[in-house]
Design a protein around this ligand. Structure first.
Ligand code: ADE
Ligand code: ZN
Length: 354
């Protein structure tokens, strides 16, 4: 691991046997979570009943059985169908609230939630309904759970530039409810350049910019997300290893990668967890974070991602510290909040080292 990126742990010597407990207890941030991807089958069925929406699966078990994906698109087809039960402001609130309760259990201090307005506005659900429901849950989380939550609006990259501009226009009356924009959905054949002008406008508006790149798409999409879109973080980014000059650049710039290990296995980006390149990315000095992506579909929330990754890749307490610290450093919160949460992280490690 390069000295430049490994944050020194406050106290060394935490035994491997205590790692699972440490991964659970350590405060952390989650920076890559699609709120529509937190819709559990049980909630899909409950909302379908509440709203009189017909589902193509007879039971929760049958729906869960359909979660066997071969690639990103095979997942997206089911994911967009699942979101069809969301119609009212309360539906969006209830979905986000269910996730935020899990976030509290996982000791997440801060989360930056992606939402996909076009998935809803294309079905006739007004933008206002989506954002008001999600915002209400985020505000409640702060006061009732002590979890800080912000929203990042994603443009669906399989749709047109025109549709993205219409979405941006519809969002402007609610500008104070979200902190940035992202780019998600089917990556192959939808390069970052397609949204160059939309992102330029968002940049002018002072929004934070992130983009999915290098999940299924080539390393060149990561370069374009940086150079053309001016993305501040890269979502996934695991295919950066195919371009050594890019790896060097990402390490030098300290650009964060929001890696999602369980997602990568479920969507066949890697065959199995012990073949995941996260350990290698850390060794290359990259600012890696661990995230859950679409936890209801991929077999676990954030701490499950940490547990399975650490077990398979044989990572240690130093890696746990670096990953948790990176999550705060790469977040879009104030320097004061970062310092406060990192101090809490340090205290947790000191406690475990005793
Ligand atoms: N939307 C939800 N999850 C996604 C992922 N892993 N990649 C691209 N778009 C997504
Ligand atoms: Zn994602």
């Amino acid at each position: 691991m390069s000295a430049a990126t490994v944050s020194p742990m406050p106290v060394a010597g935490i035994p491997a046997a205590r790692l699972p407990e440490l991964l659970q207890a350590m405060p952390k941030a989650e920076l890559h979570m699609h709120i529509e991807g937190s819709l559990e089958p049980e909630l899909i069925f409950a909302l379908a009943q509440r709203n009189g929406v017909a589902l193509s699966y007879p039971s929760v078990e049958d729906l869960r059985k359909a979660y066997a994906f071969t690639d990103l698109q095979s997942f997206l087809d089911i994911y967009y169908a699942g979101a069809s039960v969301l119609l009212k402001e309360d539906d969006f609130h209830d979905m986000a609230w269910a996730y935020l309760l899990k976030a509290q259990e996982d000791n997440i201090r801060h989360t930056e939630l992606f939402f996909d307005p076009q998935t809803h506005t294309d079905r006739g659900v007004p933008f206002e309904v989506v954002i008001k429901g999600l915002s209400r849950a985020c505000a409640r989380a702060k006061t009732e759970l002590g979890v800080s939550a912000s929203l990042i609006m994603c443009f669906l990259r399989h749709l047109s530039e025109e549709s993205a501009f219409e979405t941006l226009q519809a969002s402007l009356p609610y500008r104070e409810h979200f902190i940035g924009v992202g780019l998600d959905s089917g990556e192959r054949g939808n390069p970052p350049e397609k949204f160059a002008r939309v992102f330029a406008k968002c940049r002018e508006l002072g929004l934070h910019l992130v983009a999915h790149a290098g999940e299924e798409g080539p390393a060149a999409y990561i370069v374009d997300a940086l150079d053309v879109l001016h993305a501040e973080r890269i979502d996934h980014g695991v295919r950066c290893v195919e371009d050594p000059a890019l790896v060097e650049r990402l390490a030098k710039q300290g650009t964060a990668l929001t890696v999602c290990p369980l997602s990568n296995i479920k969507l066949c980006v890697f065959d199995k967890m012990d073949a995941h390149n996260l350990g290698h990315l850390l060794e290359q000095g990259l600012k890696v974070t661990i995230n859950s992506d679409d936890p209801a579909y991929f077999g676990g929330y954030l701490n499950q991602n940490f547990l399975e990754t650490f077990e398979a890749l044989d990572l240690d307490a130093q890696a746990a510290y670096t990953l948790a610290r990176n999550s705060f450093e790469a977040s879009f919160v104030s320097e004061a909040d970062k310092a406060r949460w990192i101090a809490e992280l340090d205290d947790t490690f000191r406690r475990f080292a005793q």
